[in-house]
Design a protein around this ligand. Structure first.
Ligand code: AMP
Ligand code: MG
Length: 493
């Protein structure tokens, strides 16, 4: 199969007129493949060799469009850091089309960095190699951790330098195009855009389309739109609970970066927390700490309230009834989130889901970690050894290990007698290898300038995060304190 004949459907283009601008990618000077996701290609039924060929790379770079594809820039609005922008949209990205598998499930193929579109505003329409590789490695790590996410299919270097702000200076960095696969690119911001347009038919079509792709069972409900909203609330509660459980900080939870599918999207200034502290913020642009680790459940609730507002006209013709329905559903969020998060944490601590006192023991451990500035991932992973009878590595993480000893006694009572089995389960729930900030930065710098060896090594480590392998010790080490304290991530452009 040649890549020029990629069999892409265009349901978005057909069904959602008004929610996009037809647009073509801007060709780049000298495309070269930096990394290709062969496992994902296989999942999609694509031939990796064909993707690596000159024709394949041309498609991944936006220099060629698959035959018959209707490429388009999607329209969406969004609240960015709480402020509303009525027209954001794909300023530098395009939907190439949709793969449809045997069961009828659709996945978008999307390019990011493919040139300016009518939504570009001030931007150059391009993306840099470093941030696109960052999205690649972190989204693959999330996938390997079992967390719903968009996937990266490939990063192609464009051969064209672009200008980016670095430490207050404008510098030239190598440009790139990321090919991304997602169960859709529908966002809260897509509903905000449709709703604000005042075109009720458009909002209805979007709702039906989202139901078809993400919540087909909702179509059978008495109120399909409300059932879709209910589905999104559940999906986002589960997603953010998983983020919290692995210490992931998204960094820019704007409503345009919140999906209807419940997949993590738009890896900009995201990072994994080192030391456990709910106030942790990495993003250089997040001055107020709006998107701090511990704020994420509250922010997703806020974003879901914006979705509810946008969907009110499709919930009910009578606005008061619609508000009442949406509000009572939204009010279920905290409990749904709490249950999902608590279940994650019980598993991580080797506790049966119905054990009495589990939530207290979890809260006490987190408080100890916060007080003693303990590395979150290392601590949780080391607990399986403590369950097996060797607490030395966990103790070594605490400045005052006696407090940990006290806690461990209470915890082990709750784990029960079958500690060997509990420890094995814990090792399948607590990753050893995550993309730690200090290593991510190091490998991206080298890869931006053409040396991808360290990037490939990191990718290999985080692709099998739970399985101990010798030689990978480095990826399991907490950041040196001086590095993690002042660590900042930039808005991944
Ligand atoms: P993000 O922060 O990546 O979620 O992007 C927010 C908005 O800015 C979206 O509408 C993007 O399409 C747009 N944008 C970001 N970077 C660029 C760029 N280099 N050129 C054009 N638009 C951009
Ligand atoms: Mg975005």
């Amino acid at each position: 199969m040649s890549v020029a004949h990629l069999d892409l459907d265009d349901s978005f283009a057909r069904e959602l007129i008004g929610l996009y601008e037809p647009w073509a990618p801007t060709p780049v000077a000298d495309p070269s493949l930096v990394v290709l996701n062969e496992a994902l290609a296989a999942e999609l039924g694509l031939d990796a060799e064909a993707l690596r060929s000159t024709d394949g790379v041309a498609v991944l770079a936006g220099n060629a469009v698959p035959e018959g594809a209707t490429t388009l820039a999607q329209a969406y609005a969004g609240h960015q850091f709480g402020g509303y922008s009525p027209r954001l949209g794909d300023g530098r990205a395009l939907l190439l089309g949709e793969f449809v598998d045997h069961d009828g499930a659709r996945r978008d193929l999307h390019l990011k960095g493919s040139g300016r579109t009518p939504f570009a505003r001030g931007g150059d329409g391009r993306a840099a190699v470093g941030p696109m590789l960052r999205e690649y490695v972190i989204s693959e790590a999330m996938h390997a951790l079992g967390i719903p996410t968009t996937r990266a299919l490939a990063v192609v270097a464009t051969g064209e330098p672009i200008l980016r702000e670095l430490d207050g200076h404008r510098v030239q960095v190598p440009g790139a195009v990321l090919a991304r696969v997602a169960s859709s690119h529908l966002r809260v911001g897509t509903f905000q855009y449709a709703s604000a347009s005042g075109d009720l038919d458009m909002l209805r079509s979007l709702t039906d389309y989202a139901i078809g792709r993400h919540a087909p069972a909702a179509a059978e409900s008495d109120n399909p739109a409300l059932a879709l909203f209910d589905h999104v609330v559940s999906a986002q509660a589960a997603l953010v609970a998983q983020w919290m459980a692995v210490g992931f900080i998204h960094g820019v939870m704007n409503t345009d970066n919140t999906t209807i599918s419940g997949e993590t999207i738009d890896y900009g200034p995201c990072a994994f927390m080192d030391v456990y502290d709910p106030a942790t913020v990495f993003s250089s642009i997040d001055h107020g700490g709006r998107y701090a680790y511990g704020n994420q459940p509250a922010i997703i609730t806020w974003n879901l309230a914006r979705l509810a507002e946008a969907m009110l006209p499709v919930f009910d013709d009578d606005t008061d009834t619609a508000i009442e329905q949406a509000t009572s559903l939204l009010q279920t969020f905290p409990e749904r989130f709490r249950l999902a998060w608590s279940a994650e944490m019980h598993t991580k601590l080797g506790l049966a889901s119905d054990v009495t006192g589990g939530d207290e023991v979890i809260a006490e451990l987190l408080e100890l970690m916060r007080e003693q500035r303990v590395d979150y991932t290392s601590c949780l992973r080391s607990l399986s050894s403590a369950a097996r009878g060797d607490a030395a590595s966990t103790r070594s993480l605490f400045a005052a290990p006696e407090a940990f000893d006290d806690w461990a006694q209470r915890w082990l009572t709750l784990v029960g007698d079958d500690r060997a089995n509990a420890a094995d389960r814990m090792d399948r729930a607590n990753p050893l290898y995550i993309p730690r900030n200090h290593i991510v930065e190091e490998v991206l710098t080298a890869a931006s300038w053409g040396d991808v060896r360290a990037f490939d090594d990191l990718l290999d480590a985080v692709s099998r995060p739970f399985e101990h392998r010798s030689g990978l010790e480095r990826y399991a080490q907490p950041a040196p304190h001086d590095v993690s304290a002042g660590y900042q991530t930039f808005c991944g452009t």
